[in-house]
Design a protein around this ligand. Structure first.
Ligand code: GDP
Ligand code: MG
Length: 441
């Protein structure tokens, strides 16, 4: 997993102000490997890594996260930037009937996606849709679209087996106008690979139909061919959007990055199954996560940046190094944890923090009792907070009364503080670097 690998590279680097060229170069080798594993085309990987290098070198490291996490965040943000805007809808902003032309290789999912889009337009936007199959190559293709049309309750153009694709397209347009349809979707025949015949046929149909949208349907498992595929179609028929299918499979989203980088055209929808409602909007953030395989590092980095000020974290790191952790620190810590959604929430975001979470639960640090614990510490004097040994029976009684709680509550807090201080000492002496990193150590 990329975040673990970057963590290793940056071990021992914490506390430095900015990322330097050498560290970034090492990290980028890992980023490169992760992208290639995710099946992003080599050409796109090269360009992408250069972009990240430029952004990363000299980048300030937020005190509360590790440099490794910071680089993952930069990579993630850059991925999202390249993948493009969130959920670009299919445009129907043209005179009715609006034409949508589906193009792509055979088996990419054009016919299935045609019916899925029709269902979506009908149900979500209340549109009257006509489907037309221009696939004269496979005998069963027109029948397949008809069956799917019936399934989603959308009309299909009457099948006439003697016409050419262009003749069918012309008939579909006429029927679209006469029948008062809002949208006509043209499903085309593909080929097993890109060839001149396919491109010429697709271009001819496009010239006839003059569609408002040209959607390139591509299998998300398309590996190194993705760039060539997307570019070929885009050059010949000027694609307006991409639909990625089989995103439910084990492809890691590399094709999305390749095709988007190669054409600059938005990925409009993703197919996530064979069923007619298995069509979703495209969310670049999710695909970026999938490519990086990195859990929730990014949200952790964001939360840390929002909530923990650099100075707080630095102060805490110093104290941890000395092994000193007094009640004032516990109070600061409790308030920070509460801000960050509780210890449970925070730990859940940290890779490999299960063990620490259990230890915390053992010490009974429960987010629900944060407020009471803070109230107890608030009732102590400065001296008492700095030196817990001062807290004899009568002081504990006073503090309990001051915070509206029992002496037993105060005792419990003291015990917890001792356990935590011990744990902090262990953490700061090495081993569990992640927690120390969280405090900027
Ligand atoms: P076409 O040749 O481009 O028209 O491809 P089809 O629409 O006929 O689809 C080929 C196969 O892929 C069919 O068995 C579909 O059910 C399947 N398929 C299409 N889209 C998806 C998808 O998003 N997920 C999965 N798992 N299967 C899909
Ligand atoms: Mg088909």
């Amino acid at each position: 997993n990329l975040s673990d690998r970057l963590g290793k590279i940056f071990e021992g680097l914490r506390g430095r102000g900015a990322l330097n060229e050498k560290d970034v170069a090492a990290a980028l080798r890992e980023v490169r490997r992760a992208l290639i594993e995710a099946d992003v085309s080599l050409e796109v990987v090269r360009g992408f890594v250069e972009q990240v290098r430029e952004r990363a070198v000299g980048h300030e490291v937020t005190r509360s996260v590790t440099p490794g996490q910071q680089v993952v965040k930069i990579v993630h943000d850059e991925l999202v930037a390249v993948l493009g805007e969130e959920a670009v809808p299919i445009s129907l902003n043209a005179a009715a009937p609006v034409g949508i032309l589906m193009v792509g290789l055979q088996g990419s999912g054009k016919t299935t996606t045609t019916a899925k889009i029709a269902k979506r337009l009908k149900e979500k936007q209340n549109k009257k849709v006509l489907l037309a199959s221009l696939d004269t190559r496979r005998p069963a293709a027109m029948e397949q679209l008809k069956v799917l049309g019936e399934q989603v309750g959308v009309s299909t153009l009457q099948i006439v087996t003697t016409e050419t694709p262009v003749q069918i397209a012309r008939r579909a347009q006429r029927e679209g106008k006469l029948g008062g349809y809002d949208v006509v979707i043209f499903d085309t025949a593909g080929r097993t690979h890109i060839d001149e015949e396919l491109m010429a046929e697709t271009a001819e149909i496009k010239a006839e139909v003059n569609p408002h949208e040209v959607l390139l349907v591509a299998d998300s498992l398309t590996g190194q061919d993705a760039v060539n595929l997307a570019r070929s179609f885009d050059q010949r028929v000027d694609v307006t959007g991409i639909v990625l299918t089989r995103v439910d499979g084990d492809g890691r989203g590399g094709a999305a990055l390749s095709m988007r980088a190669a054409t600059g055209k938005p990925i409009k929808l993703i197919g996530v199954g064979e069923k007619m409602d298995a069509l979703e909007d495209f969310h670049p953030g999710r695909v970026a996560d999938r490519i990086l395989g990195m859990g929730d590092i990014v949200s952790l980095v964001e939360k840390a940046r929002e909530n923990v000020s650099a100075e707080d974290a630095q102060k805490m790191a110093k104290k941890l190094k000395k092994g000193a952790f007094d009640l004032e620190d516990l109070r600061t810590q409790l308030l920070q944890m509460k801000k960050m959604g509780g210890m449970g929430g925070l730990m859940n975001l940290m890779p490999g923090m299960g063990q620490m979470k259990k230890a915390m639960a053992g010490a009974n640090i429960d987010e629900k009792v944060f407020d009471r614990q803070v109230a107890i510490i608030n009732s102590m004097t400065k001296k008492e907070r700095a030196n817990p040994d001062l807290l004899n029976a009568s002081r504990r009684k006073r503090i309990a009364a001051g915070s509206g709680l029992q002496v037993s509550d105060v005792n419990k807090l003291m015990k917890q503080h001792r356990q935590m201080a011990d744990m902090m000492k262990k953490v700061s002496k090495g081993g569990m670097g992640s927690l120390a990193g969280m405090f900027g150590g």
